[in-house]
Design a protein around this ligand. Structure first.
Ligand code: ADP
Length: 204
């Protein structure tokens, strides 16, 4: 069963997850399932970082350290993609928002586009599991931030800066927490079951 938002105009989901929780994998699968576009903030920023010039260098430097890229740069990169997707079946935002300022910007953007956020999916797993996954993939990923010390820092940035968005979306009634310490297919099935439950609840 495909997920149809209560409004019937595509779906808008956020994927809130620490590094290594599998949000890229799940984001792609949910996009195929729902018909919405998968917009991965980290991927779009890595693509921009390849560009010559000061902006690309600034993004690359933040990413290599495992620090968040400044909010205004992130918004400039993501807004056109989100706007376009909102008009074509919706969006699955992977890795955005990552702090409170970005969460407010995401809500303002949705309001401007006259859409609502259906759910914020929080993928959680114990920190040793996340660390092991990230170290396991480090040799193949080719990413400047897949190094032991930077991985530690990225997990810390999540805990301190992005983690507070869990209570933020809980208070707004749209948090869907899913155990990501399971095989990828099980995680996908759990997310789909929870989202289908939301649709049914909205239909009542
Ligand atoms: P991971 O979740 O494994 O760290 P991502 O590809 O989502 O992988 O993010 C990699 C890096 O890209 C982050 O450490 C950060 O530097 C940058 N980044 C991604 N999304 C954001 C965002 N919303 N705000 C600021 N920086 C971001």
């Amino acid at each position: 069963m495909r997920f149809a938002s209560a409004s019937g105009h595509g779906v808008r989901l956020l994927l809130l997850a620490p590094p290594g929780a599998g949000k890229g994998t799940q984001g792609e699968r949910l996009a195929a399932w729902s018909g919405a576009r998968h917009i991965a903030a980290g991927d779009l920023l890595r693509a921009q970082a390849q560009a010559e010039g000061p902006l690309g260098r600034e993004i690359a430097a933040h990413q290599a350290r495992g620090d968040l890229v400044p909010d205004q740069i992130v918004l400039d990169v993501l807004t056109p993609a989100v706007t376009e997707a909102a008009a074509h079946g919706g969006y699955i935002l992977d890795g955005f928002p990552r702090n409170l300022t970005q969460a407010i910007a995401a809500a303002e953007l949705a309001a401007r586009l006259d859409v609502t956020l259906d759910a914020a999916i929080y993928l959680h797993a114990p920190e040793p599991v996340l660390t092991r996954r990230l170290l396991d993939r480090a040799s193949q990923s080719g990413r400047s931030d897949d190094k032991a010390d930077v991985i530690r820092h990225r997990l810390q940035v999540f805990a301190e800066t992005t983690g507070p968005l869990v209570p933020y979306y809980t208070e707004r009634g749209i948090l869907v927490a899913v155990d990501a310490d399971q095989p990828p297919d099980t995680v996908t099935a759990d997310i789909q079951a929870r989202l289908s439950g939301l649709t049914r609840a909205a239909d009542r």
